[in-house]
Design a protein around this ligand. Structure first.
Ligand code: ARG
Length: 489
């Protein structure tokens, strides 16, 4: 109990209660914490979000304490009863979160003690908030990773849906944002499926290292009680137990890796966003997205702005910023726990929220929304194949095919390349595509050119010819589609 003159005997809480933070630290303190410091150090208004994980961790710990004979079965039952009531209070909004009690852990423990008395005070036996908070964050993050995995699957499914409808649609493929070679629009969509599949993989990999139990490390050195940490890990569905108490309470590398994986995922989203924005512009006109993902302008009546992809592109910066924040937070921290680590939560929470919202909205924007009447998804990306084809033709997208044609006729590739450069120059000056030059003109560039050159010069011929594994020929794209369908289930 604080010996502060501020706490008059009349207002002093009973010994069964833990109403203010001063009580958590006991008699050592000679003055109460200033309000400013209270606000500065308290985390309850953001870490209350961990409440479910906190209660799950406490129940697993209490069950183990009872099984090991460290607390009585009766105390265990009281703790379970108290936690059930607290769960209900939090769910119904009746729970009173107190800034004075600093964080989610002290808030819940104080309420438990209020409800069940001494049994509540025994819960913290063999435990510290240091191993408690590390456990809570891991448990919470594990759940979020599983939700993100589902969303990543959904987004991949949406991209596969769009791809399936557009295998034969020809898009000018770009390098340096200059028309390069024709590709199947589906092939382009499936490139993003590959990226998001790797993101999902990375998340699973991160999950393996998140799902390890710090509890039982206590403050930093382990504890004098005969804990059964493996049992707690099993109860919580964790894959293992942290093997060094100092490391367990202090490192937040798992949060950093998660945020790195999230950053990469957002970077992929930002690339897709950028393409959607370009493709939607009047100068391209390749695609449309549903109106509900666009906004108008307050001054220019003709505008439909791609706000959703633009915001996603912007939010990528925010998530990458969180990665920088977290990694800098960890840098130079001496072992073991330091209060710095309380700063892990807001960036982590915001990363999860931003990523989940973004994936959810992209899955719908790309693939559409399920129409219960038809059982089909409606309102996803729609494409304008004519605009794409025009753009491909304008950019001499089949110039490489003419060079390859000449190589097949026996020319060394470098010579063929040079010959085609001349042909492109001539076509440019006439304002036509290579395929629109008369045969006689083409033969002027090289006598080996024959009538069959027009197969090579057509966009479709060019596409069909790239029939190697991973290439854009529709046969290859269909094979990849089948693989993704099977993989995504
Ligand atoms: N709210 C704290 C955090 O988020 C819990 C751990 C506090 N531990 C301590 N020794 N002050 O990190």
């Amino acid at each position: 109990m604080s010996s502060s003159p501020a706490s008059s005997p009349a207002s002093a809480p009973s010994h069964n209660q833990l109403d203010t933070k001063a009580q958590a630290w006991s008699a050592l303190f000679s003055e109460p914490m200033s309000d400013l410091v209270k606000r500065y150090t308290s985390s309850v208004f953001f870490d209350k979000r961990l409440w479910q994980a906190d209660i799950a961790g406490s129940l697993a710990h209490a069950g183990m304490l009872a099984a090991q004979g460290i607390i009585s079965a009766q105390d265990h039952a009281s703790i379970e009863r108290g936690m059930a009531q607290i769960t209900q209070e939090i769910e119904s909004g009746a729970f009173e979160w107190k800034l004075d009690l600093e964080d989610v852990h002290l808030n819940i423990e104080a309420r438990l003690t209020q409800l069940v008395g001494d049994a509540g005070k025994r819960l913290h036996t063999g435990r510290s908030r240091n191993d408690q908070v590390a456990t809570d964050v891991r448990l919470w993050l594990r759940g979020e990773i599983d939700l993100i995995a589902d969303l990543l699957k959904e987004l991949q499914g949406s991209l596969v849906d769009v791809a399936e409808r557009n295998v034969d649609v020809i898009l000018p493929g770009f390098t340096h944002l200059q028309v390069a070679q024709p590709v199947s629009f589906a092939h382009h969509m499936l490139a993003y499926v590959e990226m998001f599949a790797r993101d999902a993989d990375r998340m699973q990999d991160v999950r393996r290292r998140v799902n390890v139990l710090p509890l039982g490390s206590a403050a930093l050195a382990g504890t004098t009680y005969p804990l059964d940490r493996e049992r707690v890990a099993r109860t919580l569905g964790m894959d293992g137990v942290c093997q060094n108490s100092l490391d367990a309470v202090s490192d937040r590398d798992f949060a950093i890796e998660f945020t790195a994986a999230a950053s990469l995922c957002m970077v992929h989203v930002s690339r897709l966003s950028e393409e959607l924005i370009i493709w939607m512009s009047q100068n391209f006109g390749f695609i449309r997205i549903a109106d509900r993902f666009t906004t108008g302008s307050s001054i220019m009546p003709q505008k439909k702005n791609p706000d959703v992809p633009e915001l996603a592109r912007g939010k990528t910066g925010r998530v990458v910023g969180h990665l920088m924040g977290l990694i800098t937070l960890m840098k130079g921290q001496p072992l073991a726990y330091n209060k710095d680590n309380q700063e892990d939560k807001e960036p982590l929470f915001d990363t999860v929220d931003t990523l989940k919202d973004t994936l959810r909205i992209f899955a719908e924007m790309v693939g559409g929304q399920l129409d219960p009447a038809t059982g089909r998804k409606e309102g996803g990306i729609t494409v304008n194949p004519e605009a794409m084809e025009q753009a491909a033709k304008k950019g001499y997208a089949t110039a490489t095919d003419l060079a390859d044609y000449l190589v097949k006729k026996g020319l060394p590739f470098r010579d063929a390349h040079e010959t085609v450069a001349h042909a492109v120059k001539a076509a440019t000056s006439h304002g036509v595509d290579l395929s629109e030059l008369p045969l006689a003109v083409l033969q002027g560039f090289h006598p080996a050119i024959e009538k069959d050159v027009f197969d090579a010069l057509s966009l479709r011929g060019s596409l069909n010819a790239r029939n190697t594994l991973g290439g854009t020929a529709p046969a290859q794209v269909r094979a990849q589609l089948a693989r993704h369908r099977a993989r995504l289930g």
